[in-house]
Design a protein around this ligand. Sequence first.
Ligand SMILES: Cc1cc2nc3c(=O)[nH]c(=O)nc-3n(C[C@H](O)[C@H](O)[C@H](O)COP(=O)(O)OP(=O)(O)OC[C@H]3O[C@@H](n4cnc5c(N)ncnc54)[C@H](O)[C@@H]3O)c2cc1C
Length: 396
Amino acid sequence: MQYDAVVVGAGYAGAVSARRLADAGKHVLILEKRSHIGGNAYDFIDENGVRRHEYGPHLFHTNSSRVIDYLSRFTQWYPYEQRVLGYVEEKLVPIPFNLTSIERCFEFEKAEHLKDALIETYGMEKKVPILELRKNPDPEINELAEFIFEHVFKYYTMKQWGYSADQIDPTVTARVPVHISYDDRYFQDTFQQMPKEGYTAMFEHILIHPNIEIRLNTDANELLEVDTEKKEIRFENEKYDGIVIYTGIVDSLLKYQLGELSYRSLWFENETEDGDYQPAATVNYPTPESQHAYTRITEYKHMMEDPPKNKTTIAIEYPFEYIRTAEKGNVPYYPVFTEESKQKYQKYAELIKPITNLYLLGRLSEYRYYNMDACVEAALDFTEKLLGVNENSEKH
Ligand SMILES: Cc1cc2nc3c(=O)[nH]c(=O)nc-3n(C[C@H](O)[C@H](O)[C@H](O)COP(=O)(O)OP(=O)(O)OC[C@H]3O[C@@H](n4cnc5c(N)ncnc54)[C@H](O)[C@@H]3O)c2cc1C
């Protein structure tokens, strides 16, 4: 078959793009190097009857009605709001750190004082990035900021990223701001629901289409060749003029000619326990590495609509430096945003730009952090432009 498009990767970016192109009458081939679809959102029911998220806990949350409408074509939902606790001075307190966390960490009068000072300075329901809070000159707020930094951010950031909070892009710590509120939900989005039959089933429905063919266990880098001199792509050794949508990491696509991009990896130790293990789906351990080498423990059963009673599965999460050839840490999870890595990515993107039928999409290939909803939105935007632009033969 002649394919109008080759899509690399069957995660959100690849699957939504492929479906949109297929719905527009294009014949699409998806190459996926793993043995399953769904990308990092892949889930399955394990031996304990628990829906396990193989690549870490995935909670769907969004404010975009466009994304909800699109995905609701392929799944039903059940409500689920994520709550996270953090292990701080041997107590469990809400994360993001909030007014309840202050009450649990300080004695009554001091806690009242600190809460009043925060509310007066920033206002109720405000979210304040920790690096901003630390700049507050008020001695009382500053003392609180240092406490939160020390007990919630300092060691967690070091363990998670391998860099200290001031070496890494400020947007990283800003993702979990201090929340001046009693709302202990991890997200505040209006739509917080999980796919009723799981993420993998939702992906199956997205990808079942007569115009879509999927090859699993297939590394695209063995079939696609990008020639930056001739500005062309070869697929299975022949020049390919169709659309290529690439959602993997770009350094490997270009044979590492500018060196390797930095990613952070994770390793999950899955264990079976009896009954219930912990009081929340996720408990963070923002402690020094010498105390807990892991960053968090997730008990998936809390996220299920109808969890099993007797057994439970927990995932203990260890961050690792991403090394392609390592036994643990060989899966790229998060781009590491240092100045050097951002510049290297830009150079790769420049090399690819003149190849007008090659498009980079998704969290790995765009080298950015996407939540699932943002990734769906990006794929919808992208395909809309592509299909519109195709008629005029231009690249956006
Ligand atoms: C631990 C963790 C927890 C997260 N939790 C949440 C959450 O709670 N809520 C939320 O909204 N978002 C969450 N996310 C983000 C979410 O995972 C991403 O938004 C989403 O996975 C992005 O989809 P994608 O298609 O860009 O990438 P991916 O899901 O990574 O899919 C890319 C696919 O491409 C394949 N691929 C790569 N290279 C090749 C190649 N050379 N050949 C063939 N196939 C290839 C990969 O195998 C993969 O299947 C989390 C991310 C992580 C890492």
